[in-house]
Design a protein around this ligand. Sequence first.
Ligand code: ATR
Length: 302
Amino acid sequence: MTQADMQALPTPRRIGGRTALAGVIGWPVAHSRSPLMHNFWLAQYGIDGAYVPLPVRPGAFDVAVRGLQAAGFRGTNVTIPHKEAAFRIVDRLDRSARRSGSVNTLVFAPDGAIEGYSTDGDGFVANVEAHGIAVTGGRALLLGAGGAARAIAASLLDRGVAVTIANRTAARAHELADAMRADAEAGAMVDVAPWDGLGTVLPGCDMLVNTTSVGMHGGPPGDLPVDLALATPALVVCDIVYVPRQTALLRTAAARGLRCVDGLGMLIHQARLGFRKWFGTDPVIGPEVEALLDADLRGEGS
Ligand code: ATR
């Protein structure tokens, strides 16, 4: 081969014995933006690492995790439908995981233990704070009672924010409130409001958070039962849906001049702890990674 021929060859990405490996376990997992985000940060910081999607069928989670640990991975993110299985497999549960009842970040510690964290709640709060909004005190109205709602409720309560939960299926709202009350630190700062009676609750709230799939591209039809005309001008409206970034709820809120926080930043902020644990660098969350994800999500309803 001539030197010109050599120069024409593609440059392979170097993956070697020291490359730090992590990934995201899910089923399906092809839609996950985590590989894009983590590999962007790896490139940005010049870190010898790689982050890959790991499609693992329901039922194969434990064997996959043990295998990845044995193969030298640093850890993984965990997404639907494995977050509860992840909760069960860990040797050391972080408080964040205990409070939210699920795990989205596994760290394979040097002593052989599997550590579990839930970063959704703190990712939500960090994103709101990144918008210049203090998350201390006041009252939040949380719509929904699934896994995301539980993680967010726990983080809000930790910051002294009183939480009112409303869910289409009232029993799930009560279950979530009971789980939060069982934690002595959260005390009585959590209550439940009826899904069809939010008109009396909203005026007393400083923050409204949609954790349901209503408003999501491909999600259920219809609107949330909130009338933003009843809100105080100081209400902060948050949606954890990020496809589209501007949901019907946020569009209405913006039109009323209310401060809005969309869901993309939560996706980015929740990734930070895992990156730091696996790759040893705390990524600065700047406009570049947001622009990258935003561009990638366009065309999916964004
Ligand atoms: P996650 O763990 O991501 O939060 P989940 O556990 O499936 O997901 O929760 C989805 C939430 O969206 C639930 O609060 C669900 O309400 P129900 O408990 O009544 O099912 C809510 N949700 C889904 N579709 C809805 C709809 N059409 N109207 C109102 N709420 C809806």
